[in-house]
Design a protein. Structure first.
Length: 264
């Protein structure tokens, strides 16, 4: 148990970490194998281990810390970042982790860890417990860029509804990093519905509008319905009343709650 407390502090670790503690590669191998047999540590994937709690028999690090150690420089992003910040409407059994070096999707403790290519580390924050997570502004822009990784447009809107404030300058910085005119369109259109709540500046929307191209686009291929109309300000074919998307979901959920369960 000589190295167990140190491994608890690390939470996630590699063979190199153990070797650095004991000073010998063969000894490190012996320690790892012995600790695994005793249930003090567990293997997550190749050369990634976690310390196990002797009391709960559960992994010490959170799913966010594990994702942040899936590859060098990895960090939690998209809907998983909303979950970390406590702003997700739903909790999924998968964790998105971005990194420059690709890793294979893997499963551990009932969760699926999915690789996402990292295009920038701007807006990535180091948190307590070994997790690295995108800040709220970066998370919002990432999810507006890819609705699927946000759990869908309705889930994204629900997440945004719970955010009390966003920094306009940060949003513009992350938009500039993507450098996609379509993303400026979607961002301006969606966040305009939350302008007062998020305390966004007029200058933010002016700058987004300056990037709107002459061509018209559908905000999402999944919402080409009769309720889709052209928003001339943003050059987008989008739902006339965007926020009714979440209200319809509420109606469905309430109906499901009221309907009695079928007899068995």
């Amino acid at each position: 148990m000589k190295y167990y407390e140190r491994l608890i502090e690390l939470g996630c670790f590699t063979r190199d970490d153990v070797e650095a503690m004991c000073g010998n590669r063969e000894t490190a191998h012996s320690i790892i194998e012995a600790y695994k047999k005793k249930g003090w540590i567990a293997s997550v994937r190749r050369n990634l281990f976690v310390a196990m709690s002797l009391e709960t028999k559960q992994p010490v690090p959170t799913r966010f810390a594990i994702a942040s150690n899936a590859a060098p420089g990895a960090y939690v992003c998209y809907h998983s970042a909303f979950e970390y910040h406590g702003l997700a409407n739903q909790v999924y059994h998968e964790v998105y982790a971005a990194a420059k070096s690709r890793f294979r999707t893997f499963e551990y403790y009932g969760l699926t860890y999915r690789y996402v290519q990292s295009f920038s580390e701007n807006g990535v924050e180091s948190m307590a417990g070994g997790a690295r997570v995108t800040d709220l502004e970066r998370t919002v822009i990432d999810c507006l860029n890819d609705f699927d990784k946000a759990g869908g447009l309705d889930e994204l809107l629900r997440c945004i509804e719970m955010i009390p404030y966003l920094e306009s300058n940060k949003l513009l910085e992350y938009l500039s990093g993507y450098n996609k005119l379509f993303l400026y369109q979607k961002t301006g259109f969606v966040l305009e519905h939350f302008k007062n709540q998020l305390k966004l500046t007029n200058d933010f929307f002016t700058k987004c509008q300056s990037k709107v191209p002459n061509s018209k686009r559908y905000m999402s291929g999944d919402i080409q319905t009769a309720s889709t109309v052209l928003n001339k300000t943003w050059g987008l074919y989008a739902p006339k009343n965007l926020l009714t998307i979440t209200k319809k979901g509420d109606c469905v959920n309430e109906k499901a709650k009221k309907e009695p369960e079928p007899e068995r």
